[in-house]
Ligand binder design. Structure first.
Ligand SMILES: O=P(O)(O)OC[C@H]1O[C@H](OP(=O)(O)OP(=O)(O)O)[C@H](O)[C@@H]1O
Ligand code: HPA
Ligand SMILES: [Mg+2]
Length: 191
């Protein structure tokens, strides 16, 4: 789905498909170089990171295992509940493995902080992070990001895997919705 297909819902585009591709190609080259000769395990945080992992994995020029974990804290709204819910855990051991976490966005940093600590607790040999987007101004907890993506302003974004209430994940770029899209949102709702 492209912006033109849902123009009446979109306020503006923030990161174009071309910009996403450029960043992913550059990052994939760096990752392929850094992990050459190592046993790389790329771990995508579902659901949001599915598009980013799919695009990144095709540009990586070394063998890499792909694994998934589904974590949620935003539910159907635009505010984090602050509680990380494990919807689907890993189905392999990470002990002694070199893990690259692949994320769509870092906002408060709570999801990543929890995951990095969890993987280290499970005995991973190394844990690094690539995130396509970074809302630096919203950070509440500190996380080290080895492969940074685009720094974006404090606006709720959708597309390329990112959702609002499970919608818009299949948009092919990153965009900000019109304010009326959020008007029905109950500010108390933090599922
Ligand atoms: O830095 P944080 O404030 O923790 O926010 C970032 C996380 O929030 C979103 O996930 P969400 O809970 O919406 O689940 P989803 O990926 O299934 O949409 C996003 O995909 C990140 O994983
Ligand atoms: O801006 C966002 N959009 C979608 N999901 C998110 N999760 C954290 N921030 C965001
Ligand atoms: Mg979400």
């Amino acid at each position: 789905m492209r912006i033109a297909d849902i123009q009446s819902h979109i306020d503006h585009e923030l990161v174009s498909r071309e910009q996403i591709e450029t960043l992913i190609e550059k990052t994939a080259r760096q990752i392929s170089h850094d992990y050459a000769g190592k046993d790389l395990l790329m771990l995508a945080v579902l659901k949001g990171a599915v598009n980013t992992l799919a695009a990144l994995s095709q540009e990586i020029s070394i063998p890499a295992q792909m694994e998934f974990m589904s974590l949620s804290s935003y539910g159907s709204g635009t505010q984090s509940s602050g509680v990380i819910r494990v919807r689907k855990d890993l189905d392999c051991s990470v002990r002694g493995r070199h893990i690259l976490i692949v994320e769509d966005i870092i906002d408060s940093g709570r999801t990543l902080r929890w995951l990095v600590d969890e993987l280290k607790g499970r005995g991973a040999a190394s844990v690094e992070v690539f995130s396509l987007l970074d809302k630096v101004s919203r950070r509440e907890v500190q996380v080290d990001v080895k492969y940074p993506g685009y720094v974006i302003p404090d606006e709720f974004v959708v597309g390329f895997g990112l959702d609002y209430d499970e919608q818009y994940r299949n948009l092919d770029s990153i965009a900000v919705l019109k304010p009326q899209e959020y008007e029905h949102e109950d500010q108390g709702e933090q599922s």
